[in-house]
Ligand binder design. Structure first.
Ligand code: NZQ
Ligand code: ZN
Length: 385
């Protein structure tokens, strides 16, 4: 196992009815900015629950944070923050709202000239407004991690700071019942790929991390399709298991002390930034191709994955690995996400620009061995056609 330090300070408040606890979780003298997206929280009753819980607090609101939140939208929150001396941010929504609110919290106290530097130059922030969230879409893990992804002019870039980790996160599986099948499928696949990016590398004999990761993968494979099946889609146990799996997949635990990959995500961000494809759908297209192109580097872990996740123990190594990749693709198909670029109307002619942008964004040595050069990223995209 590699050396690591691990701390996750986000208090998780899991279960039905937990939104009401906001009244006690947020200091009574806080000046709160409630941030949200395009209005799903208004139609599913989450906004009303938040408003009821904050009845005795002073709060303002900022709406319109779009999927793959844009810098321009997020900067509009800064005036409200200044005018009203906001000192606490409560993000209510999916990963985009939580990520966008992390940027808002960081930009509010940024001391440099242009807050975009937090992302473009990876300028380390020294302060951020305190932030908490009510998660409405299990997928990204943003509710208890230090990362966020922001888009400006087609450039979708991540930043990281312990200062934007939510203080607490309310995880009420009941609020996920209003999600469309598309968002349910996306969420399960995003959490699955997060787990894979931290698992499918090379062995460092980290037994706990491996088995936690395998537990998450098996849970998502078991519960994901049930959340789409009409007869079980409203089952709160199923929703709860998916929600907790998604949080655990990217809260730092399974990634501590092991090599990590993130090739799939970095190529995926270019697909979203350039073509607007949903985050998870870029991953379901890219991951199978990464598994194929990086087969040798990942051989040992691919065999472990084949055996422990898909029970593939017969036949030679290559047939077990190929079988595991096929099962992965079939699982993605069950979750109703694409596995090929052609399914999102992209072809060979689109690859040059994606590689150009990856290069411009400094994604020159991706992967657990820093061996995925732009040329190999091209091979991955060609394999995904
Ligand atoms: O905007 P509203 O109206 O709320 O609608 C949203 C949005 O249209 C809707 N939605 C959310 N909760 C709902 C709901 N609709 C009905 N009922 C509910 N309960 O779902 C749509 C998609 O929401 P979004 O927040 O964009 O989805 P997701 O949670 O998948 O977040 C994706 C973003 O997170 C980033 C992605 O890159 C992308 O920008 N990621 C963040 C990470 C992190 N911070 O660690 C890691 C991830 O790998 C990922 O990159
Ligand atoms: Zn992701």
């Amino acid at each position: 196992m590699l050396n690591f330090s691990f701390q996750n300070t986000t208090q998780i408040r899991f279960g039905e009815g937990q939104i009401a606890s906001l009244s006690k979780q947020i200091p009574s003298d806080a000046k709160i900015l409630v941030t949200y997206g395009g209005g799903s929280i208004k139609s599913n009753g989450v906004y009303d629950q938040v408003a009821a819980a904050l009845a005795n607090h002073t709060w303002f609101e900022f709406s319109g944070i779009e999927p793959n939140p844009s810098y321009d939208t997020l900067m509009k929150a800064q005036d409200i923050i200044k005018e009203n001396n906001i000192n606490f941010i409560l993000a209510v929504g999916g990963g985009s709202v939580v990520d966008g609110s992390k940027f808002i919290a960081a930009a509010a106290l940024f001391e440099g000239d242009d807050p975009w530097e937090i992302v473009s130059k990876q300028t380390r922030i020294k302060k951020a407004l305190p932030l908490a969230c009510v998660l409405t879409l299990p997928a990204t893990g943003s509710e208890s991690n230090t990362g966020a992804v922001v888009t400006r002019d087609g450039n979708k870039l991540p930043f990281n700071s312990p200062l934007v980790r939510p203080i607490f996160a309310v995880l009420d599986p009941a609020v996920t019942l209003s999600l469309s099948d598309r968002q349910v499928g996306n969420g399960v696949v995003d959490a699955f790929v997060h787990t894979m990016e931290q698992y499918l590398t090379y062995s460092v004999n980290a037994k706990v991390q491996d088995r936690f990761a395998e537990g998450l993968l098996l849970t998502l494979i078991e519960e994901g399709p049930k959340a789409l099946a009409p007869e079980t889609s409203k089952d709160l146990d199923i929703r709860g298991n998916i929600m907790w799996a998604a949080t655990m997949a990217l809260n730092g635990l399974i990634g501590a002390g092991v090599p990590q990959d993130w090739t799939t995500h970095m190529i995926g961000h270019e697909l979203t930034g350039t073509h607007g494809i949903d985050h998870a759908r870029t991953l379901s297209i890219v991951l199978p191709a990464v598994m194929k192109v990086c087969k040798e580097a990942k051989r040992e872990k691919l065999l472990q994955y084949a055996e422990r996740i898909w029970n593939l123990t017969e036949g030679d190594e290559d047939s077990r690995i190929n079988g595991a990749i096929e099962h992965t693709e079939q699982f993605f198909e069950k979750m109703q996400v694409p596995t090929r670029l052609s399914q999102v109307d992209l072809g060979e002619a689109d690859i040059d620009l994606l590689i150009e942008k990856l290069t411009r964004h400094g994604m020159l040595k991706l992967g657990e061995h820093s061996a995925v050069t732009p040329e190999i990223s091209r091979e991955i995209l060609v394999t995904a056609l």
